[in-house]
Design a protein around this ligand. Structure first.
Ligand SMILES: Cc1cc2nc3c(=O)[nH]c(=O)nc-3n(C[C@H](O)[C@H](O)[C@H](O)COP(=O)(O)OP(=O)(O)OC[C@H]3O[C@@H](n4cnc5c(N)ncnc54)[C@H](O)[C@@H]3O)c2cc1C
Length: 418
């Protein structure tokens, strides 16, 4: 079997590896100059089944004014993006009904736990190195009411296997001593021991090496204009003149996926939601945190990645604009200064590498994985804020479906026509 994969980010690369491991031929095409130049470049590095809940929480509509007018709101809707949200926006709100929200949370959690098991297996089997850490994540709180509310949310997933341990202030600081300078601001935390972390870019680079060794090929700097269909079957892709042919075409193009399959009558409700990160190389000799910390109140996180620290957060509906907004970056700088005042020295801050990327967010909060209706056409896209967490499992699930094998977890929650 020959396969063309559109997109060499986390999702395209993991899918390629799964297919190669099954003895198939794979070619990846990406408009970027190398692998992982899109949303997978400098994401938060969090592998968090604990964060499986979609962003359209019940009652999200009550905060719309904040999202439109608030400059410090964690989620921001830019006026210019509103026309592009006219059909997606109402679907996003409709899916915030408690039953839909709960179903999406469980679906993401089950895929997330599966995905981490697949990732562990790949890391061990292939000796992948990507600054991986396995001490879980720590979500800290400044008020007891916020901590209690978060424990209730985690409680829904306990029935499905989530481990969420409530910690006192002292226990929080003993797990992550670098939080000591702000201990008096905290009431406690939740430790999610099943979570992990690691650098998605380094993972993608290791995967690309492996893919080449297994005979996979890459076409970088090539823009797929359309999926070619003949006689009711996908037969390849149009690169604007050249046509590349294959038995299967897999669309893993992140936020560009809906445009590629929309002409074929496949409607993917995916929109770009911009986020920012700043990666620091703290001055050698400073004591660094070992565990990623998440500030629920500000929807921001700081992730240790080897000798680096990454401050990440914010969600902006701003169309496909990748401009680095100074105010949003200043919020992230203020965040690391507030959480780790002893590490965020002027020297450390001067090393900051800012970045913005577009999360491919589905209106119902879960990815699209499976057959697209046209024989030979497959989709793996729309993983939103969880693309790193869900990548390895999504790839194995899709490869099983493509092989006609029963997948190891139910595929229906992610099916294209759900
Ligand atoms: C700020 C931020 C923080 C995040 N933090 C986390 C986190 O901590 N944990 C987590 O699990 N997830 C996180 N995510 C989400 C995660 O990074 C994404 O869900 C994931 O990277 C999506 O991967 P992808 O392969 O679908 O898309 P991408 O990585 O964007 O890859 C798609 C590729 O398709 C290519 N492409 C598109 N159109 C075409 C075309 N027509 N022809 C050829 N090539 C094309 C693009 O060039 C791109 O390389 C974060 C995202 C952001 C932006």
């Amino acid at each position: 079997m020959t396969n063309l994969i559109i997109g060499a980010g986390l999702i395209g690369l993991t899918t390629a590896l799964e297919l190669l491991h099954r003895g198939q031929q794979v070619t990846l095409i990406d408009s970027g100059q190398s692998e992982s130049m899109g949303a997978s470049f400098a994401n938060g590095g969090l592998l968090t089944p604990s964060m499986s809940d979609p962003w359209n929480t019940p009652g999200v509509h009550r905060h719309l004014a904040d999202y439109l007018f608030g400059s410090n709101s964690a989620l921001k809707v830019r006026w210019g993006a509103i026309p592009s949200l006219l059909s997606w926006g109402p679907r996003f709100l409709w899916n915030s009904r408690p039953s839909r929200y709960h179903a999406a949370t469980v679906a993401n959690y089950e895929l997330g736990i599966y995905s981490l098991a697949v990732l562990d297996e790949l890391r061990d089997r292939l000796a992948l190195s990507f600054d991986a850490a396995g001490q879980g994540t720590l979500k800290f709180f400044r008020t007891s009411s916020a901590l209690d509310a978060a424990m209730r949310v985690s409680g829904h997933l306990r029935d499905y296997g989530l481990e969420a341990n409530q910690l006192s202030r002292d226990e929080t600081v003993s797990l992550e001593p670098c939080l000591t300078p702000i201990a008096d601001q905290l009431v406690g935390a939740i430790h999610y021991p099943q979570d992990q972390s690691g650098d998605a870019l380094r993972f993608c680079q290791s995967l690309a090496d492996r893919i080449r060794k297994l005979g996979g090929t890459f076409h970088f700097g090539r823009d797929v204009r359309a999926v070619k269909v003949r006689g009711g079957r996908a037969i390849g892709v149009d690169l604007g003149g050249d046509v590349l042919r294959a038995d299967n075409v897999v669309v893993a193009a992140g936020t560009a996926s809906p445009g590629l399959v929309g002409k074929l009558g496949v409607q993917l409700a995916i929109k770009p939601v911009k986020g920012y990160s700043i990666t620091y190389a703290p001055t050698p000799g400073l004591r660094l945190p070992a565990i990623p910390v998440i500030d629920d109140a500000h929807h921001a996180a700081i992730t240790p990645l080897g000798t680096r620290l990454r401050s990440v957060g914010t969600a902006e509906f701003a169309g496909r604009n990748l401009h680095l907004d100074r105010e949003r970056l200043d919020n992230l700088t203020a965040f690391i200064k507030a959480i780790y005042p002893e590490i965020a020295t002027p020297e450390t801050l001067a090393t900051g590498q800012p970045w913005a990327g577009l999360r491919p967010v589905a209106a119902d909060g879960r990815p699209y994985i499976g057959a697209a209706g046209t024989p030979g056409l497959w989709i793996n896209s729309g993983h939103g804020h969880l693309g790193w967490t869900l990548a390895a499992g999504s790839a194995r699930l899709l490869a099983d479906l493509m092989a006609g094998r029963p997948p190891e977890i139910p595929a229906k929650p992610y099916s294209i026509g759900r």
